[in-house]
Ligand binder design. Structure first.
Ligand SMILES: Cc1cc2nc3c(=O)[nH]c(=O)nc-3n(C[C@H](O)[C@H](O)[C@H](O)COP(=O)(O)O)c2cc1C
Length: 438
């Protein structure tokens, strides 16, 4: 992606929709409206994964439109605050469980994140990175609870930027899903007096309501109910983690409030049975995540965006739980708090969840958040093909597409996408590799 941008003269970046009258959406093609008011359809683009009426693009997070050369919407830049993200394809956060027990990145992280940056992603997001040691899922998770962590991450962010990508960090606390063995060691809780196969010790985990804990694997970890001091410690840990992330060179801070981890545990009535100001009403259950976001925004510069990943729904329709209506309402609150993009995933809270799965399975959740609030939305889940990712953006269903497993199968997925969607993919390739594509 070095030197990825196409010459400015070849691109027109306009606000779409009725607000400016410059462009309007027809089918899944973008039309330029000439000054005389007549309209003409843009030439058909490559095959689309989506049919039917696309949502209107409201122009808040404009998709670049070319009137002179065919191009994909996926490879149009996304501007959030003063940050220009070169394209709308992001590496979704993915735990690697590849630290020793100190939370410091290893050569694995450098190569893993670095190769995704070489592979053409506009954003390379780290895995869930623990804001305090007890917030790790496993003893081998990445952390950012000391200055040493920030210093160790800095060369990685620098490399990502050198490739033209934007480094993002997902700030996480695993709550009652912490202190587990790695997936390849069985994924079961490690009690405080036990060790995993590498000799790493377990610890007591934090929960909003230990009595509500749904044991995913039939085992219950040693839990403590988060008291007021614990909650303050978590909020402070997020604030300090954000400060360190900035020092490490990250340009996006993403608060992880999804997948059944601590902040999601507070959000969902299925796991939050508290009777204090952090439980009960919507206002109370969302208090912790709002306080965390405020703490992060306090130290994160005004010119850089904050993302929040949420689970759009618990997929627990048979009981009181977290759902898309609450997600949209929360997204509106986030907008007030200075959140720029809500990254909409789902599930992960309870073993009874019924997740539909399949291509684009979470896209409707992102679409609902985008339609119902004033934040940009990221779609994730079941996106494996370039044209599919492009269609999500083109049809105004999300502003950004995060790709997880496909980026593991194909670290150069972004370059492949450019090859399939752009007339000239070569500028997206690192200069060192260009002879392979010219
Ligand atoms: C190996 C692996 C690790 C993951 N770790 C995280 C994580 O640290 N944080 C997170 O929010 N999601 C995590 N996820 C979920 C992905 O970010 C993504 O949302 C999910 O895989 C669905 O997207 P996909 O269909 O493109 O893979 C992980 C997924 C995988 C496969």
């Amino acid at each position: 992606m070095t030197g990825a941008s196409i010459a400015p003269a070849e691109r027109t970046y306009g606000r779409l929709g009725r607000e400016t009258g410059e462009h309007a959406l027809r089918s899944d093609r973008v039309t330029a409206i000439p000054p005389d008011g007549t309209t003409r359809l843009a030439p058909p683009r490559r095959r689309s994964f989506e049919t039917g009426n696309p949502r209107s693009l409201r122009g808040r997070f404009p998709v670049a439109v070319s009137t002179t050369a065919p191009m994909s919407e996926l490879f149009s830049p996304l501007s959030l605050r003063d940050l220009e993200i070169p394209n709308r394809l992001a590496v979704s956060p993915m735990c690697q469980y590849s630290c020793d027990t100190d939370g410091l990145p290893t050569e694995w992280h450098r190569v893993h994140l670095g190769s995704r940056a070489v592979g053409g992603a506009g954003i390379v997001m780290t895995e869930a990175t623990a804001v305090e040691p007890r917030g790790r899922i496993t003893p081998h998770d990445l952390g950012i609870w000391s200055d040493e962590h920030a210093e160790a991450l800095e060369p990685i962010t620098q490399f990502i930027r050198e490739q033209g990508g934007v480094p993002g960090i997902q700030l996480a606390h695993a709550g009652h899903k912490a202190s587990k063995r790695r997936p390849w060691d069985g994924n079961v809780p490690i009690a405080p007096d036990e060790t995993d196969p590498d000799g790493a010790e377990g610890w007591e985990v934090l929960s909003p309501s230990p009595d509500a804990y749904p044991p995913f694997d039939g085992d219950r970890p040693a839990m403590r109910k988060a008291d007021y001091d614990d909650i303050q410690t978590v909020i402070d840990a997020y604030r300090e983690a954000a400060e360190r992330s900035l020092a490490a060179g990250f340009e996006i801070a993403e608060v992880h409030a999804a997948h059944g981890y601590l902040l999601h545990e507070f959000l969902s009535p299925a796991t939050n049975r508290r009777e204090d100001e952090y439980g009960g009403s919507f206002e109370n259950r969302t208090r912790l995540v709002r306080e965390v976001v405020e703490a992060v925004r306090e130290v994160w510069p005004d010119d850089k965006p904050v993302f929040v990943r949420i689970s759009g729904t618990d997929w627990l329709d048979d009981r009181e739980s977290w759902d898309i209506d609450q997600s949209v309402r929360l997204a509106r609150d986030f907008a007030q708090l200075g959140v720029d993009l809500v990254d909409v995933s789902s599930g992960g809270l309870h073993p009874d969840q019924r997740v539909p799965g399949g291509p684009n399975f979470q896209v409707p959740l992102a679409e609902a958040v985008r339609e119902g609030s004033d934040v940009a939305a990221g779609a994730v889940g079941g996106v494996t093909e370039p044209a599919q990712a492009d269609a999500v953006v083109r049809n105004g269903r999300a502003d950004l597409v995060l790709v997880g497993r496909q980026f593991l199968r194909d670290p150069y997925f972004g370059l492949r996408a450019a090859g399939e969607l752009e007339d000239d993919a070569a500028p997206h390739w690192p200069v060192q590799y260009r002879r392979a594509v010219r």
